[in-house]
Design a protein around this ligand. Structure first.
Ligand code: FES
Length: 107
């Protein structure tokens, strides 16, 4: 989880979690990653679990559902082409080594 700063990353936390299908949001919250708020607990109603997925990982993910796509319009930091909601990303073995960038804010 890479936290951005004005002059480059200000924090870089590595988290080891089993690729057991839990969500990226749950893994982040369980690991105490501050940049993920996840107010709705993963029910796709808050958009406070916003992350940016850099290449090449973006291509490893299934595209966002219509509901996720709609909620991405409500993120605090402006949506980018690689924006995702981490509660909708399932951790599977193909994502071993996944790097995630955090937005500067979730509110
Ligand atoms: Fe609320 Fe992801 S945790 S939308």
């Amino acid at each position: 989880f890479v936290t951005p700063g004005p002059n480059g990353p200000i924090d870089d936390r590595e988290v080891q979690v089993p690729a057991d299908g839990r969500s990226l949001m749950k893994a982040a919250v369980d690991a105490g990653i501050d940049g993920i708020a996840a107010d709705c607990g993963g029910s796709l109603t808050c958009a406070t679990c916003h992350v940016f997925i850099p290449e090449p990982w973006q291509q490893q993910l299934p595209p966002p559902s219509a509901d996720e796509d709609t909620m991405l319009d409500y993120t605090a930091e402006e949506r980018r082409p690689n924006s995702r909601l981490s509660c909708q990303i399932r951790l599977v073995p193909a994502l071993d080594g996944l790097t995630v960038e955090l937005p500067a804010r979730q509110y």
